[in-house]
Write a protein that binds this ligand. Structure first.
Ligand SMILES: [Zn+2]
Ligand SMILES: [Zn+2]
Length: 95
């Protein structure tokens, strides 16, 4: 029976990728019955985020939108704004 290339929609990025006949054969020899859910770039990214670690730590700082209590400008703060504390933009904070 002939195996044909299959197009699958990536569950991560939503783009369509080809699950080739060769890959399907490979999956079979590995005893895998399920199809891949992600395209290879997403699979690689996934492996890196899960496998990596140890180096660098988080360089990205989560910023939260907030409104400055002094001037009313919208700004971003590196912590989650709570109602009990006023939040200031960088300009007002310096004063
Ligand atoms: Zn993808
Ligand atoms: Zn301000």
């Amino acid at each position: 029976m002939a195996i044909q290339d299959k197009s699958i929609q990536c569950s991560d990025c939503g783009s369509t990728f080809i699950f080739t006949a060769g890959e399907q054969e490979f999956f079979k020899t590995k005893g895998l019955t399920s199809e891949p859910k992600r395209c290879s770039p997403c699979r690689q990214a996934n492996r890196q985020t899960r496998g990596g670690g140890g180096s660098g730590g988080s360089q990205f700082r989560q910023m939260y939108p907030a409104t400055c209590a002094a001037c009313g400008k919208s700004t971003e703060v590196p912590f989650e704004p709570r109602g009990d504390k006023p939040v200031y933009c960088r300009d007002c904070f310096r004063k």
